[in-house]
Design a binder for this molecule. Structure first.
Ligand code: ACO
Length: 319
């Protein structure tokens, strides 16, 4: 498998830490020192499906691939305003595709899960060109009176077109049943047969536990994929981590004894955009010309579940 094109789309509203401090007991100093986040792009009157379609079109254009030549679409998404049809169906319509499509929810690790599914489809001979779109609006999951969570997130969409190739050297995904460290619960429609009490619970997070699990799982996953690919950590050019928190990125970098310049980050400007964060950052690097032919890239993500995933790719500049 190889990545043939990348794309991204962001909502138009920029929310700075100072703007948050106007209605929350927080400060730019607290948020920057604990998370690195300075601002985020967040949904106002936009629809996530439009962002997802825009990121998808962007990736198709970069890949030089016609939507009609896509064999399968995978959307990674935790929430959006539609329960059904799936976000992938809405993207399918928006780009005028003609292939099957499906949504997955592996929280912030969704991009890695999608890459692995794409590779399996290719290996099974079921698809050649696959569009992966990660579109997320976690700002609609949090309680905006809860300063412990709402300051962390932003919204956005990132997409890639993958095709057959030999760039993917190793990939793994995992899950441990830590379902209580990060969760959101919502009420479904009532029925005459439900008597139990149900309630909406906005996103709950055991921050320090999430922090520790993120750092330790990322280190293990990165080491595992590097070992499987027979590549020393020193040979890896870019460690592209899920952008949850700059301190997590710095922690992983320090424990792997690597140079921080190999850990690109844009969490400062977008906050945590869940599964969209890696493809958004990848698109930024691709369009900026950071990625050279033969560069070794590692992606590593972690999220609610507790899901994790990592892969090692040797980048081909010529698609
Ligand atoms: N502004 C000001 N003060 C705050 C804020 C805020 N936004 N949020 C919390 N505080 C206060 C708390 O109330 C607490 O005050 P107290 O001591 O008077 O009770 C104090 O700051 C310390 O709170 P902690 O939760 O212990 O702060 P911590 O140093 O652990 O930092 C943080 C919190 C930034 C969330 C950290 O735990 C973290 O980064 N965890 C990782 C979580 C993460 O990245 N989640 C993203 C989603 S998950 C994912 O993508 C995998």
């Amino acid at each position: 498998m190889k990545i043939k094109g990348t794309g991204s789309a962001h909502p138009s509203l920029t929310l700075t830490n100072d703007m948050l401090a106007e209605f929350l007991d927080t400060s730019d100093e607290w948020i920057v020192s604990r998370t690195g986040i300075k601002q985020r792009q967040i949904m106002s009157d936009e629809n996530l499906k439009d962002l997802a379609i825009s990121a998808a079109k962007n990736a198709l254009e970069d890949a030089g691939t016609d939507a009609r030549d896509i064999d399968f679409i995978i959307c990674s998404n935790v929430v959006n305003e539609y329960v059904t049809p799936s976000l992938s169906c809405l993207v399918h319509k928006g780009i005028d595709a003609s292939c099957p499509c499906v949504d997955i929810n592996a929280a912030c690790s969704g991009f890695l899960y999608a890459l692995q599914i794409a590779e399996a489809y290719q290996k099974a001979g079921m698809a050649k060109n696959i569009l992966i779109v990660c579109a997320e609006e976690p700002t609609r999951m949090v309680d905006w009176n809860d300063r412990r969570t709402c300051v962390l997130f932003g919204d956005g969409a990132g997409a890639v077109v993958v095709t057959e190739g030999d760039d993917l050297k190793a990939i793994k995904v995992t899950n441990t049943s830590k379902t209580d460290v990060l969760y959101e619960q919502r009420c479904l429609e009532p029925t005459p047969f439900i008597s139990k009490e149900e309630q909406n619970i906005p996103l709950q997070m055991k921050g320090q536990e999430v922090f520790k699990s993120a750092v330790s799982s990322s280190i293990k996953d990165i080491t595992d994929v590097a070992t499987e690919a027979g590549v020393a950590l020193e040979e890896i050019d870019w460690f592209i981590l899920h952008q949850a928190n700059l301190r997590i990125v710095e922690g992983v970098c320090k424990l792997l004894r690597q140079d921080l310049s190999k850990f690109p980050h844009n969490v400062e400007f977008y906050g945590n955009t869940s599964s969209a964060s890696i493809p958004m950052l990848l698109d930024e690097m691709n369009k900026r010309g950071d990625l050279k032919d033969g560069d070794k890239l590692v992606f590593s993500a972690f999220g609610a579940g507790f899901t994790t995933g990592a892969c090692l790719i040797e980048w081909s500049a010529k698609k």
